[in-house]
Design a protein around this ligand. Structure first.
Ligand code: ADP
Ligand code: MG
Length: 493
């Protein structure tokens, strides 16, 4: 009797502990652990794996007694893919992070079961050690036709897939592209250093490798080195620790073209900055070409010694901005073509017009759509793309009608529904109409033709133009962007 009371008490304590973890601290702790896990996977398997497959997964519950971690994937397809490709990463790293021998991973029932063609799965899929192929399976030539490359490139290696030919030029990146191309004609003489900056996933590393490839092609004997700034820091620390500073310096002194990626990682590393400063001077004085990339312009990098910062600005500073809808579509088509796929304008427009913040995410969406098409042996249609991507949206897409959206838009402009649907063409009414078209494309699965039809337009190109225009305006006009967000919220409420 006494024993059973003790047992119950113990169980209650464990349960309370479990509840405490999952209720009070749990949210924050789980979020932190998930963040750490993603960081590890990024380092081990590359950011593409994280962007493409893991970002949309939610870790929502931890059961310490059973040592089970509960996850939720946006759809069956993503769940299946993770289970068959990345499970070992989960076991190895989450076991360590939760401090248990071998964690069990359970995917909860997917909330919206839009992909009915999936192999049947139980409501909750328990994965044990037996189902554990590693991410190394994910190699070119697999069902993804080489779109996913999981492993990271070793330090200093130039990626031969990143060429000028595979880089799509648009208004957002034309200066950086032109400057990068120009220096390959005459390295060290034109823009030195060249400094390219822009947000993450917008093509800086691609351009850096393209420079390296092009120079190697034209000037075979030239010594080109690609290095990320964080690896440079590690190399420097290693050299100091093992008394190899002389070797370190002579390596960099012998280089003809130095390509440094993500120079912002040198911030607050005083001693490394000092070492780099001398290398920079030496190379620059001998007309050796130096190219930097960074997430912000030199002025905005905090923790950088003034004399180094000023050198970063010596040559040409070129930015890369978020691409326009047309450029995004062209990139999607190019990426598809490189992988022997073809995608229609309609599919490209659908993927490109989703709220995607960089090209890496765009590629991720394309990869998922292509992978699904191959897996299911189906054509790459708009319907298929919608099936794969729609319920991954942060918004819950509901059965919204064009009319409902148009009515909400009318509240924000001094027009009636009939006026909005008319052919009147003053600047303000056109903008309202375009905003409505944009929101319809974003928030419903209506085709360009359906939306055109609602506005009595025969041609889908009017809608395509509207989507592009509003997409662009959102980037440049903060007030307008806020207005669109308010409309979105009201529609989705
Ligand atoms: P960043 O270094 O700015 O974070 P990356 O160079 O790694 O971005 O680009 C992320 C992905 O997007 C890469 O696969 C790259 O090939 C692709 N990408 C970015 N911009 C373009 C472009 N203009 N044309 C073709 N691919 C692009
Ligand atoms: Mg980069």
């Amino acid at each position: 009797m006494g024993q059973s009371v003790a047992c119950e008490k113990k169980e209650r304590n464990l349960l309370e502990k479990d509840n405490r973890f999952n209720n009070r601290l749990g949210g924050i702790l789980l979020q932190t652990i998930w963040g750490q896990f993603l960081q590890i996977v990024k380092e081990e398997a590359g950011s593409r794996v994280v962007e493409t497959w893991l970002k949309a997964v939610r870790m929502h519950h931890w059961d310490p007694q059973e040592q089970i971690i509960y996850l939720q994937a946006p759809n069956q397809f993503v769940k299946q893919w993770i289970c068959s490709h990345y499970m070992e990463l989960f076991h190895v790293h989450l076991s360590r992070l939760f401090n248990v021998d071998r964690i069990k991973v359970v995917f909860d029932k997917v909330s919206e079961q839009t992909i009915s063609a999936q192999p049947s799965t139980a409501n909750a899929l328990m994965i044990t050690g037996a189902v554990a192929p590693t991410f190394a399976q994910n190699k070119p030539g697999s069902s993804e036709k080489g779109l996913v490359r999981a492993r990271r490139r070793p330090s200093g290696r130039i990626n031969t897939a990143y060429l000028f030919d595979t880089f799509v030029v648009g208004p957002s990146n034309s200066l950086a592209y032109a400057a990068a191309k120009a220096i390959t004609q005459n390295p060290g003489r034109l823009y030195n250093p060249l400094f390219i900056y822009g947000g993450t996933g917008l093509g800086k590393t691609h351009l850096l490798h393209a420079i390296g490839n092009e120079i190697r092609r034209h000037h075979g004997s030239t010594m080109v080195l690609y290095q990320t700034a964080d690896r440079f820091v590690n190399e420097f620390i290693h050299a100091i620790r093992f008394d190899k500073i002389h070797k370190f310096q002579s390596k960099y002194k012998s280089i003809d073209v130095l390509l440094i990626d993500d120079i912002q990682f040198l911030a607050n590393k005083g001693q490394t900055q000092e070492a780099f400063f001398h290398i920079f001077n030496l190379l620059h004085d001998s007309h050796k070409q130096i190219v930097f990339t960074s997430d912000s312009m030199p002025k905005a990098i905090k923790g950088m010694a003034e004399r180094l910062r000023s050198r970063l600005e010596w040559g040409l500073v070129a930015d890369i901005l978020m691409p326009t809808l047309e450029t995004k579509m062209a990139i999607l088509k190019k990426k598809a073509e490189l992988n022997n796929e073809t995608i229609s304008d309609e599919v490209a427009c659908f993927i490109a017009s989703r709220a995607i913040s960089n090209i890496r995410e765009l590629e991720g969406a394309l990869i998922r759509v292509c992978a699904f098409a191959h897996l299911m042996d189906q054509p790459l249609s708009l319907e298929l793309a919608q099936k794969v991507l729609l319920n991954e949206s942060t918004h819950k897409k509901v059965a919204l009608t064009c009319e409902f959206i148009a009515k909400v838009v009318c509240k924000y402009y001094p027009y009636t529904l009939n006026e909005l649907r008319s052919s009147r063409r003053s600047k303000d009414i056109s903008c309202a109409r375009q905003a409505a078209m944009y929101l319809m494309k974003q928030l419903t699965d209506k085709s360009l033709n359906d939306i055109g039809h609602f506005f009595n337009r025969k041609d889908h190109s009017t809608v395509l133009h509207a989507v592009g225009k509003i997409h662009q305006l959102r980037q440049t006009d903060t007030d307008f962007n806020i207005k669109i967000k308010q409309m979105e919220q009201e529609i989705m409420r």
